[in-house]
Design a protein around this ligand. Structure first.
Ligand SMILES: C[S@@+](CC[C@H](N)C(=O)[O-])C[C@H]1O[C@@H](n2cnc3c(N)ncnc32)[C@H](O)[C@@H]1O
Length: 377
């Protein structure tokens, strides 16, 4: 039997397999040279589908179910389609305006129906928590927000910033629970901010309570004059290219004993991952940070606790979004996506089916969500 140290030494010289960051220079270069081939094959399959190739969902799903565990377990370096995925890049958020155009400022009539919308639970574009017995999407989102409230230790009277606040779902829910909390939301999506501004004039909404402030703007330019007791950010750091700079920025927004709670997609592979497909069609410059990336970059904030949330929670959430998306086809096909609707629908179905499979693969133990509690150093 090969001893673990010999095994590790051998792996350093095998291209593509294992931890790309610890490869010998030649193996590293060979690994990186393999990646364009993988990107090309992936795009050929995806673009054949979005250009109209008829592939039943079960076939697509079984393709992902077969490939993803092999890639996650044995070839994670092939899941880093570009060099920038592996490291921190210059901006807190990369390509934010492209991201808004391709994703968050899409017709809200489509996004809201897909994500679900209720009188208290507004559209929420992040993981629902199913493992505590939630029976539907709304309950799973409530369980998830209750979990955040508990882990962040929110107390009545706190001043809280929601960094990347979406449609205001998390602020609205927290304001409904705590009569003296003040919340501030930051979001670059003009369409989502319009949704929130509407709620801020709706007497039924907690966003109209006078305890909520909205800043429409980019994380890159954010600054606040009054410090916060707590900052939370749910589902946003996959759009952050530089964790160290982001934490430096957040630390300046906090009171001395302030805390930050971050919830993001994460992978328990040695390297960060992304895909050529999502970069081109869904989340430009999006990357899924390795589970250790946050504690490795927390120069100005200190990670005091962290949790891995099993991927089956997000798989189940994506499965409901896919069902919702399919169910409302007749209503949403008339909206203006800037491209032919049949093509748009296929781009989105490929993404949704893939993500249902991704998060479920390897029993949810590799691709899930990471939660981090940090405090000022
Ligand atoms: C996946 S959604 C999550 C929204 C919300 N936190 C939730 O859980 O529903 C990501 C959010 O981050 C916002 N966002 C992404 N990049 C941003 C940037 N550079 N500046 C400000 N907001 C940004 C998006 O507009 C969107 O509202």
């Amino acid at each position: 039997m090969i001893s673990p140290s010999i095994g590790r030494a051998l792996q350093r010289h095998i291209p593509a397999i294992g931890d790309i960051t610890s490869k010998s220079p030649l193996a590293y270069r060979l690994s990186r040279a393999t990646v364009p081939v993988v990107n090309t094959v992936q795009m050929a399959v995806a673009e054949a589908y979005i250009n109209g190739l008829e592939v039943p969902d079960v076939v697509l799903r079984s393709l992902f179910d077969t490939c993803m565990p092999i890639l996650f377990k044995h070839f994670p370096s092939l899941l880093a389609p570009y060099d920038w995925v592996l490291t921190e890049t210059p901006h807190v958020a990369e390509g934010s305006h492209d991201l808004m155009k391709l994703q968050y400022d899409l017709p809200q009539g489509m996004l809201n129906r897909m994500l679900g919308e209720g009188s208290l639970i507004y559209p929420k574009y992040s993981m629902g928590l199913w493992e505590n017995g939630a029976e539907n999407l709304e309950q799973s989102q409530i369980h998830m927000m209750d979990d955040v409230i508990e882990k962040l230790g929110i107390q009545d009277g706190d001043r809280i910033l929601d960094f990347g606040c979406g449609w205001g779902c998390v602020p609205n829910y927290i304001l409904s629970k705590f009569p003296n909390v003040q919340m501030t939301g930051l979001n670059l999506s003009h369409e989502q901010c319009d949704y929130i501004r509407n709620k801020m004039t709706d007497s039924e909404s907690y966003l109209s309570s006078g305890r909520f402030q909205l800043f429409e703007g980019d994380l890159n330019d954010a600054s606040f004059t009054e410090p916060f007791d707590k900052i939370l950010s749910v589902g946003v750091f996959c759009h952050v290219g530089n964790l160290t700079q982001a934490f430096q920025k957040l630390s300046t927004f906090l009171k001395p004993l302030g805390k930050v709670f971050i919830h993001i997609i994460t992978v328990r592979t040695p390297n960060n991952i992304s895909s050529a497909y999502t970069h081109k069609y869904i989340f430009p410059h999006g990357r899924y940070w390795n589970f250790d990336a946050v504690p490795n970059c927390d120069r100005d904030l200190k990670t005091i606790d962290r949790w891995y949330m099993n991927g089956t929670n997000y798989s189940q959430t994506f499965a409901i979004w896919l069902q919702n998306f399919d169910r409302v086809q007749d209503e949403i096909r008339v909206l203006d996506y800037g491209i032919d609707y049949a093509r748009f629908r296929r781009i989105w179905r490929f993404y949704l089916i893939w993500f249902v499979a991704n998060f479920a693969s390897c029993d949810g133990e590799i691709n899930g969500n990471g939660q981090y509690l940090l405090e000022r150093r």
